[in-house]
Design a protein around this ligand. Sequence first.
Ligand code: SF4
Length: 431
Amino acid sequence: MVRFSSGPTPWSTLGPNSGCISELRRRSTAFGELQGQPISKIPTTRRCAPNSLRGIIEVKSSEPIPTMKCVSQTIRTTCTMDCPDSCALEVVVQAGRIERIQAAPEEASTHPNTQGFICDKVGKFARRVYHETRILYPQRRVGPKGEARFERISWDAAIAAIADSWRKTIAHSGAEAILPYHYDGSNGLLSHDFLDAYLFAKLGTSRLARTLCAAPAGAVAMGMYGKLPGVAFQDFPEAKAILVWGANPRYSNIHLVPYLRQARKNGAFVAMIDPIRNFSASEVDLHLQVYPGADLPVALALIRCWEEEGRLDQVFLSRHADGLERLLTEARSWPMERAAAEARVPATELEKLARIYAEASPALIRVGWGIERNRNGGQALAAVMAMPALLGKFGVRGGGATPFQTVARPSWTRQNCSAPIHPRLAGPLAS
Ligand code: SF4
């Protein structure tokens, strides 16, 4: 028999899972040592202590406790984070609380990219959900700004206060005096450009162009290729050369990493073009550590080199490209040495990159958001995204470019939803 040495358990302090052995384990430090047995010997985490055990708890370490069962559920779902991997998840919920978040088992029927693992960020997401500092209720500021004094109010009171303020604004200045200032994130379909768009369209508020992030990249991708889907992860191992430019799959696209490894095993040349070294020298064939903001000169120098060497795919370009001469004119003023000096990298590395990418087929570029985070980001991205077209890299499995997938799916929010849309959203910003 084992017994809590600290005497009667303050049962009321236990959480909603009170009585489960798992709960007792977690709280063993707080309530003292279990006598005679390490607490880890208690048999199972799925049993609950019966009501009769309230007070001094006695459990036999080697025998099942007479129990009632805690309700434990495993829920299949999809990760809601703003991440290209879109993992299939299993969430183990016990007595209404998340016990564990893990990858859905690796089966043909589940998500092909999850491959039985998820990132740490989501694996530990329950900590965030239950963290004591998480704000769970509406708070109203009391006192001057900066003093950080708030009082809890009800949802009804919060909604009424906001609605009242909006009513006054609309009555005084019109609905366009309200500007919904928001961007994007891990929102899910219902709370991103759906119910929020509907609400503000109904009110007739002003609209934000939302150029906080991704606007240059989005404009370039749509302007150059329209709703072109990127290369599927599964096709990466087909490539003979892969340029990962301004992206860090190790942090924000981890399920691409096994495919990159497989591609290298198959003999592909993998280059990272990034001011930060996120992969070790043994993991990539070239790390071009460009100075931040120097992506444009690098891309133009490669283009100039290919034109000089007669490597441009004139047939493809004559059929599919507009504005070629303007791009080449810009590129002609960027010899390798000049671009290398600007990017603070050896010119020999640029030459190597130019040669290998040009000669490999299939070859692909995984473009990341890093390129656009500069004053000339849009132009840099356009030059990089032009590269597969210049060399005719499209049209083969494992070849082309992978920018960002969002534009490749149909728009849910406006064209495809049946909810009535305010006429003001029918303009160009709505598309
Ligand atoms: S890698 Fe992490 S954030 Fe991305 S989809 Fe998977 S679990 Fe979610």
